[in-house]
Design a protein around this ligand. Structure first.
Ligand code: KG4
Length: 335
């Protein structure tokens, strides 16, 4: 079954053709350079660029796959969560195409597709497993009972880990996208020089990153008021270490308590070098197996939407022309 997948939830316009776990084509048009000027994504600009670019991106995905529109069996599209204006562009384009081609329309949850990026790389990977999904807008630990059956074990009560890394990077003067540049700039963590708070939540597997984000902002402001220079490399490393400590601690504790030995990492922040290496070491120490996506599939792309699309289709999650985009939707939603 050949699925044409479309993704436009944030600042990447992407289209791909996938067949099962095989990528036939994957096209990503990123707007990063444009949003860099503003230090973050400007929603209206994102929507307008999606509108301008989506036709060409889809056309290229079809051409690169060496197929024609007539070969497409279904269309999968990210419908939630994300920037509403950005999502609407992809959803409406997919609706029009599915109507004109007379093929099913499959709505795909953005975080489910981040998890599915792993299926493209690890072709033998099957649920059940425990998944830590960390992106710019979400941080959640889920028990993935089956491909479309998710139980939330812990989630952020406020900011996502990616938001904390991005804003910490911004206050230190690093360019957008902050998380990536913070990862590159980090040298050696010095927790004595830069003590950061450890967040507490009622549910021990939940997260809270807003206090940590504010602590970094205050630290940088106080230093600037006193005319002190910040050791940016050390502060980047300290923030990165703190975020990784929390993510890894919660994931390993949950896996131990729930007795799940298969762990999957997903989302944009899964590209973080320290998170990958330390989570791998922690899994090895506990006899757990760890799966993470290749760097090329960590960020937003449409191949992962197609990879999840097939399972949504098999579970009967098929939309009609009334499909709408939704800015927030829990990963465990039921149709
Ligand atoms: O999943 P994603 O591409 O978009 C969302 O769906 O949110 O994630 C983007 C997030 C941003 O916060 C970005 O800074 C972060 O992923 N990110 C990283 C790295 N690469 C991307 N954070 C830390 N280290 C990285 N290497």
């Amino acid at each position: 079954m050949k699925i044409l997948a479309i993704e436009s939830s944030c600042d990447e316009t992407a289209a791909a053709v996938v067949e099962g776990r095989k990528i036939l084509s994957s096209v990503i048009n990123t707007q990063v350079e444009e949003h860099k000027k503003y230090g973050g994504v400007v929603p209206e600009i994102a929507s307008r660029r999606h509108s301008e670019n989506i036709s060409a991106v889809v056309e290229k995905a079809i051409t690169d796959a060496g197929i024609t529109y007539g070969d497409i069996d279904a269309i999968a599209v990210t419908h939630a969560p994300g920037l509403i204006g950005a999502l609407l562009v992809g959803v409406n384009y997919a609706k029009g195409l599915s109507l004109s081609l007379g093929v099913p329309l499959i709505p795909v949850h953005h975080l489910r597709s981040h998890i599915a990026a792993n299926y493209l790389e690890h072709t033998d990977l099957k649920p059940p497993f425990l998944c830590l999904t960390v992106s710019g807008g979400n941080t959640v630990i889920t028990y993935v009972r089956d491909y479309t059956d998710f139980e939330i074990i812990g989630q952020t009560n406020d900011d996502a880990a990616g938001e904390c890394l991005d804003k910490a990077a911004r206050i230190m003067g690093l360019a957008y996208p902050g998380g990536v540049n913070l990862d590159k700039t980090a040298t050696v963590a010095d927790e004595k020089k830069y003590p950061l708070p450890t967040p507490h939540t009622q549910n021990k597997y939940d997260f809270s990153f807003s206090g940590l984000k504010t602590a970094v902002v205050n630290l940088v402001h106080n230093a600037s008021q006193k005319g002190e220079e910040i050791d940016v490399g050390a502060l980047c490393a300290t923030v990165r270490k703190k975020v990784c400590d929390i993510l890894i601690d919660h994931t390993i504790s949950a896996a131990k308590e729930l007795q799940i030995e298969k762990i999957v990492l997903a989302g944009g922040v899964s590209a973080n070098s320290e998170l990958r290496s330390r989570l791998k070491a922690a899994c090895d120490e506990n006899g757990f197996s760890l799966y993470y996506p290749p760097l090329s599939l960590c960020g937003d792309n449409a191949a992962m939407v197609g990879a999840q699309g097939i399972y949504e289709y098999q579970s009967g999650n098929i939309a009609d022309a009334s499909l709408n985009a939704t800015a927030t939707l829990p990963i465990n939603y039921r149709k």
